[in-house]
Design a protein around this ligand. Structure first.
Ligand code: MN
Length: 442
């Protein structure tokens, strides 16, 4: 796919990223008393024990922290004082060819030993001392002779921590993943506004516009029309092209292993309920951009999550969904029935990236996936929502807080499913960059 990236700038940033990563791995190895680390690339998983079909390979994120290669059963050998060495299992197989990396720039940045079968990996580790294995293939850990030192907890925690703070190379990748996803969002929103499409149609329009195969997307696209939007992870796409009123699209893209995660909600129609729902979207948009502006260095992410509930209470009052004071609506748990999920999560080589949820959130925020203090280098999502979820509304209706809600209005809005608006933010030393709104507004 054509993109505006300068390949030389990408390679230079990647080279710097690898130098920092090498130094950080060496510190972690010292502290955890390892002489070397073998990072496995991953192995395809069988869909069922009774079948001969495999899932597409999901490369080990720690492997992709070094290089954007997706070759199964290969390994990176990291040692003190030596450049990273790829033990590349690139034997020609007449059933399947290897996936072509999207950018070849990284080959010049690492040492490569070609044609290394998993059983030959121990030859490359001879005399290295104490070696840790990072990866999810138990079988290859055993083949490497490293079954006993698989994913040591202390070392893994340190390697996860490294992934919290993104380098310039990683920010370039995350920005490009945003640019691509925004092409898909714009295409789907335009299709929804101008025609009658099924959820499957809209999903395929998204894949076409982002030039991704379904297996390439960072997570299964959530494409939800009307009531389906009330299912937070609606991925069983409807085939019906009946006229829909609302659309919730939560979909990203992946570039060199790095993910974007973006959500937009749209409504069409001029009926009374559609007009209220349109006002709700507009207010949620203001709420979301307010939270993006408040996501600053030193702020605790969980405080921002709590702030979301206070702001949502105001929105519920302004739209007429609820009455009573904002603090009462939060204290009575009303807002949590409309917004049961977390405000956001760390983003990187995993859509729900590692390292930001080691501290458990308070019990009233069970699904919050980021409990860190906001610091330079972090990349995370800000994604408030307001949903009409039948079982949660049933709970609210039978609770003591029921009189705070205008049930007639809620009943008229149920068929729209819900609203979510989600951007990706990158924190630098001096400011917070919205990676999404550079390419897409609402
Ligand atoms: Mn998200």
């Amino acid at each position: 796919m054509n993109h505006a990236l300068d390949p030389r700038a990408l390679a230079a940033a990647h080279a710097q990223h690898l130098r920092s990563l090498q130094a950080a791995y060496e510190r972690a190895m010292d502290e955890e008393q390892f002489d070397a680390v073998v990072v496995h690339s991953g192995a395809p998983l069988k869909k069922s024990l009774f079948d001969d079909q495999y899932h597409p390979l999901r490369a080990t994120p720690h492997f992709q922290h070094w290089i954007p290669l997706v070759t199964p059963r290969s390994a990176l050998l990291i040692r003190k004082g030596h450049p990273a060495k790829l033990l590349w299992n690139n034997h020609v197989d007449f059933w399947e060819g290897p996936a072509e990396p999207e950018s070849p720039h990284f080959w010049a940045l690492i040492e490569v030993a070609e044609g290394v079968l998993p059983e030959q990996v121990p030859d490359h580790m001879r005399g290295l001392g104490r070696v840790a294995y990072i990866g999810d293939s138990e079988a290859d850990a055993a083949t490497f002779g490293l079954g006993a030192s698989r994913n040591p907890v202390g070392l893994l925690a340190k390697l996860d921590e490294l992934r919290v703070f993104k380098s310039e190379y990683e920010r370039i990748c995350l920005a490009e993943a945003n640019r691509r996803a925004c092409l898909g969002h714009a295409a789907v929103l335009a299709a929804f506004r101008t025609g009658e499409h099924s959820e499957l149609d809209l999903h395929l329009i998204y894949l076409r516009a982002t030039e991704q195969d379904d297996a390439d997307t960072p997570y299964k696209n959530i494409v939800a029309l009307d009531r389906h939007a009330a299912t937070l992870h609606h991925v069983s796409y409807g085939r019906s092209r009946e006229r829909a009123q609302s659309l919730l699209l939560d979909a990203g893209a992946r570039f060199l292993g790095y993910d974007s995660d973006i959500t937009r909600t749209a409504v069409k129609g001029t009926g009374e309920a559609a007009t209220v729902f349109r006002a709700l979207i507009a207010k949620m948009e203001t709420l979301q951009t307010t939270l993006c502006a408040e996501a600053r260095t030193h702020v605790m992410f969980e405080d921002l999550h709590d702030r979301t509930h206070a702001l949502l209470a105001e929105v519920l009052r302004e739209v007429g969904i609820a009455r009573g004071s904002a603090s009462e609506l939060v204290a009575q748990g009303v807002t949590r029935k409309f917004l049961p999920h977390g405000l956001g999560h760390s983003l990187g080589l995993q859509t729900h990236d590692v390292g930001c949820a080691r501290i458990k959130p308070r019990p009233e925020n069970p699904f919050l996936r980021n409990t860190r203090r906001i610091e330079p280098g972090q990349v995370f999502t800000i994604e408030p929502g307001c949903y009409f979820i039948e079982p949660l509304l049933d709970e609210l209706r039978s609770s003591s807080a029921s009189p705070l809600v205008d049930w007639k209005l809620v009943d008229s809005l149920r068929s729209f499913g819900g609203v979510r608006i989600e951007d990706d933010l990158a924190v630098s030393e001096t400011s917070v960059h919205n990676l999404t709104r550079r390419f897409l507004q609402n």
